[in-house]
Design a protein around this ligand. Structure first.
Ligand SMILES: Cc1ncc(COP(=O)(O)O)c(C=O)c1O
Length: 319
């Protein structure tokens, strides 16, 4: 369907979380380890980049550009994928530029990416400018969308769902819970699951109000349908998003995020991150405590990575 490179460590494992299950006294918990996909510390973007980088190479690109926050996991992995494929990489990051580069930003530099700083309101304009400048200087640039979230990135998670389905064989879980932000991961999994089928998929919004994120996920599904000619029958109501855990916004860690990071680490030896999976973990734990998931159900937490973020200067004192 879409051209693909192969650099992800797949299939990622599915593990039980017996101590966390016991501690929370709720449904049986499992985890899908997409924090172990490889490519400079792994994460959900590795799967998307196998397709996005293949598209860039097919178009003859010698430079990829993308954008994100200063501590973007997507940008770190894009820089790694570009290095792996022998392409240049320019990242347009939302500043301010910190005095000391730590964690993902440190890795962006190590991986050889060129960094342009911008602010949120100028992000898209500055990305376009970097693209135009590259063209003018004779480069062949390729734009990797924000979060790797378009129909191509979603296709990677459509395939990831097929991987899970095969691994679980007939023993499917009742729910999948994941961190959702630019929506491509949730869109791909939703397409894979299809309409009215088990498992139910809940995206824990990292920062967006539920209706915005639902719309974003659904528009990626629509793009996917147009591009592939495949009809999903999904409606916007099928996209389940919970925005109860967005707190004070993107990247602002709160006590629930912190507790989730500690519970996963101390009980299962699993590292969540301060921005995405810590927040999704906080949602999962709270929904269990509230009795949203029934004790006889099985819930799979799809770990989407981000662990280098734990070492960012701004979070170290709070974790
Ligand atoms: C660690 C991690 N988890 C989850 C997400 C959200 O994935 P998506 O942007 O596909 O919604 C991201 C996005 O950057 C991420 O870095």
């Amino acid at each position: 369907m879409f051209p693909k490179l192969s650099f992800a460590h797949l299939p990622t494992s599915i593990e039980k979380l017996p101590r966390l299950t016991k501690l929370l006294d709720g449904p049986e918990l499992l985890i899908k380890r997409d924090d172990q996909t490889g490519l400079a510390f792994g994460g959900n973007k590795t799967r998307k980049l196998e397709y996005l980088m293949a598209a860039a190479i097919e178009e003859g690109a010698d430079l990829v550009l993308s954008t994100g926050a200063a501590q973007s996991n997507h940008c770190r992995q894009t820089a790694a994928a570009a290095a792996r494929c022998g392409l240049d990489c320019t990242l347009v990051l939302v500043g301010p530029e910190p005095e000391q580069a730590s964690a993902n930003l440190f890795l962006d530099r190590l991986l050889g990416a060129k960094i342009n700083w911008t602010d949120k309101s100028n992000r898209d304009k500055d990305l376009q400018q970097a693209y135009d400048d590259a063209l003018e200087s004779g480069k062949k640039p390729y734009l990797i969308p924000y979060g790797g979230s378009n129909e191509v990135g979603a296709y990677a998670y459509y395939q990831a769902y097929a991987e899970l389905y095969k691994q679980l064989n007939c023993n499917m879980v009742d729910w999948i819970v994941l961190a959702s932000s630019s929506g491509g991961t949730q869109a791909g999994l939703a397409i894979g699951i299809g309409k009215d089928l088990t498992p139910k998929l809940i995206g824990i919004s990292v920062d967006e109000p539920a209706t915005n994120l639902q719309n974003n996920v659904y528009s990626i599904i629509e793009q996917y349908q147009i591009r592939t000619g495949m009809k999903t029958n999904l409606t916007i109501e099928d996209i389940l998003v919970n925005d109860d855990y967005t707190g004070d916004g993107y990247g602002i860690m709160n006590e629930k995020d912190r507790e989730a990071i500690h519970l996963f680490a101390e009980n299962e030896g699993i590292l969540l991150d301060p921005v995405y999976t810590g927040r999704a973990g906080a949602g999962l734990i709270d929904l269990i405590r509230k009795g949203f998931f029934k004790k006889e159900e099985r819930v799979l937490f799809w770990h989407t990575g981000g662990t280098p973020g734990l070492f960012a200067d701004r979070y170290l004192p709070y974790i």
